[in-house]
Design a protein around this ligand. Structure first.
Ligand code: ADP
Ligand code: ADP
Ligand code: ZN
Length: 217
């Protein structure tokens, strides 16, 4: 089972992918997380990607293609994966079609998490992530048990560089221009499933669990 989670920055893709991957024993393929880790570790990928990520622009397709191919070839991604943050434009969507075919896999569904733009700024600017394990929290909507400490690993919570309001606004524009057209692309192929993302984390999860896990088991 290979599923794409589509939606604007702050829609809840990462949060839901994390919960679904645990519940359904699927790999969580989070391109943004792979890039942030590479940037922290100053690998070649990190050095190439840093400027784009900081400015809220898309990292060039050739670079992302290599990242995604390596990730989807990994053992844990063979029986199923949730693609979080990829594809983000038409070139990447076409690349994904070809890559899955080459690997003998197929795309089962594309879940579009729909959240009104007005709610997205607050979600992104209030987001905090664990500096140790990358787990996602929110200053209003998803607090850790202890102030600023990750429930999972005890790491310190930090704000992402690109979650400052100005960069968030740019990321929303990039989304509208480049990623938005994928909604039609997948709708035309009969793969699109819409979910109302303007509900609590648990409510969205209940809907997704039924849609994604129970319909495919
Ligand atoms: P994305 O991966 O789509 O950018 P995240 O999963 O990182 O989104 O969520 C963005 C922020 O909003 C995080 O701080 C997260 O805790 C919070 N969040 C996620 N889903 C919801 C929800 N349904 N209601 C309120 N806040 C949410
Ligand atoms: P969000 O879902 O909140 O936008 P991500 O963690 O998915 O955050 O992405 C963070 C940043 O990583 C993006 O703004 C972009 O710079 C880069 N990035 C992530 N996925 C891709 C992709 N598929 N193509 C190009 N750049 C990407
Ligand atoms: Zn942690």
């Amino acid at each position: 089972m290979h599923i794409v989670l589509l939606g604007p920055p702050g829609a809840g893709k990462g949060t839901q992918a994390e919960m679904l991957s645990e519940a359904g024993d699927l790999a969580h393929v989070a391109v943004g997380e792979i890039l942030r880790q590479a940037i922290r570790e100053k690998t070649d990928l990190g050095i190439e990607a840093e400027m784009y990520v900081e400015q809220g622009e898309l990292v060039p397709d050739e670079i992302i293609a290599g990242v995604i191919e390596e990730r989807l070839r990994a053992d844990d991604a063979q029986k199923g994966a949730l693609l979080d943050g990829f594809p983000r434009n038409l070139t990447q969507a076409e690349f994904l079609d070809q890559l899955l075919k080459k690997l003998g896999l197929s795309l089962d569904a594309v879940v579009y998490i729909d959240v009104p733009f007005a709610a997205l700024i607050r979600r992104s600017t209030g987001r905090r992530i664990c500096s140790g394990c990358g787990r996602v929290y929110h200053v209003e909507f998803n607090l850790p048990q202890r102030d600023n400490v990750c429930d999972e690993c005890g790491g310190e919570l930090i704000q992402r560089e690109d979650d400052r309001e100005e960069t968030v606004r740019n990321r929303l524009e990039v989304y509208l221009e480049q990623t938005g057209p994928l909604v039609d692309y997948y709708d035309e192929r009969g793969l699109l499933r819409r979910v109302d993302g303007d509900q609590s984390i648990d409510e969205v999860f209940q809907v997704l669990k039924t849609m994604v896990l129970e319909s495919h088991s």
